[in-house]
Design a protein around this ligand. Structure first.
Ligand code: GDP
Ligand code: ZN
Length: 327
């Protein structure tokens, strides 16, 4: 055996030893059956550095090593003997955002989701329509559907700004985690779907999850805590199952997020009411700012497009034109 070959063999022996050591570290008392030598399929419940928690149908959850870029909701193939994710199955949808420290890197938030529930409150904290507009763009890009959930309706039932979203075809539900109003409708809307809850801190996401999945016992904050950013008790995403088959991914990563790779040219397409009128603009590449004979600007004047939506479009257009992500 030549020197190179010996070196290689030693390298592989050490690697196998290391893998066995790590497998022992991650293995729990429970043993997962792995009939298929190619590995078995699992659902990613949460992701940590170099590892993740997976859910294997009928066999519960376990920790696993992973060096791939994955997110909660991903379907993966894992090698039970080595406790390692070996492959990520094709994704139906993926919600992502730019890395807050390096906007050129994409960070996955959740995969294979059907619905993103944007939770807002009208009062305490006050409504921030600009944030809803950004969420809607990211949701449209993800391939999932949006649902706006107006929580805390016990504090204020009036919310004309939200009606604008209903008019452009986005489903809007009103509820109160405190009084239970509207929760049944919310649960029914999520039945059998993979969902994530998005929304600003303090709007009541944890309270809603606690109300939907009794026994979960997630910590909630006072609104002033949330504003001072003194909380964020949830540090890793987690996946919860409701009795009606809904799977809810609770992730701290989507309390606020920037837009991943949205260009100025395509921005109008993510505003349904702008997309419809844009086909009547004089210029095919009209950005609806200074151009003459712009059907979108006419639409704003006539009230067909809500002025706050157009203002949001202009603000985001300025940001994406500068290539700076929005946070
Ligand atoms: P999160 O940061 O979005 O997870 O918000 P939390 O669930 O921690 O809620 C923030 C605060 O709002 C807590 O003090 C909750 O008790 C309160 N809260 C949540 N939902 C409601 C609601 O429907 N009505 C009222 N009045 N307060 C609520
Ligand atoms: Zn135009």
């Amino acid at each position: 055996m030549g020197r190179e070959e010996r070196k290689l063999r030693k390298y592989f022996e050490e690697r196998a030893k290391r893998e066995r050591r790590l497998a022992r570290k991650y293995s729990q008392t429970k043993q997962f059956s792995n009939d298929d030598q190619a590995g078995c399929e699992a659902l990613v419940a949460s992701v940590g550095p170099g590892c993740c928690e997976i859910e294997v149908a009928g066999q519960g959850r376990c920790l696993c090593r992973c060096s791939l870029d994955i997110a909660p909701g991903d379907r993966v193939v894992f090698a039970a003997d080595r406790r390692k994710i070996v492959r990520v199955l094709p994704r139906r949808t993926v919600l992502s955002r730019p890395d807050p420290h390096n906007s050129r890197i994409e960070r996955l938030i959740a995969a294979n989701i059907d619905v993103v529930v944007v939770v807002v409150s009208v009062k305490s904290p006050p409504l921030r329509p600009g944030l809803i507009d950004r969420y809607l763009i990211a949701i449209e890009r993800s391939g999932a559907g949006p649902l706006i959930c107006v929580n805390k309706v016990d504090l204020s039932s009036e919310c004309p700004e939200v009606e604008v979203y209903r008019q452009i075809g986005i489903p809007v539900l009103r509820c109160s985690a405190t009084t239970g109003e509207g929760l049944e409708e919310l649960v029914n809307a999520l039945a059998g779907k993979m969902c994530v809850l998005a929304g600003h801190s303090g709007v009541g996401k944890s309270s809603l999850l606690n109300a939907l999945a009794p026994g979960l016992g997630l910590a909630t904050s006072t609104v002033s805590d949330a504003h001072n950013k003194g909380r964020h008790t949830t540090t890793a995403a987690s996946l919860h199952r409701l009795a009606n088959g809904a799977v809810i991914i609770d992730t701290p990563g989507i309390r606020e997020f920037g837009l991943w790779q949205v260009t100025a040219d395509e921005l109008g397409n993510y505003f349904p009411e702008i997309r419809i009128l844009a086909s009547r603009c004089n210029f095919r590449d009209c950005r609806h700012t200074q151009e003459p004979s712009c059907a979108v600007k006419d639409g704003v004047e006539s009230g067909e497009i809500a002025s706050h939506r157009y203002a949001a479009y202009l603000r985001i257009l300025e940001c994406v034109s500068r290539e700076s992500p929005i946070y």
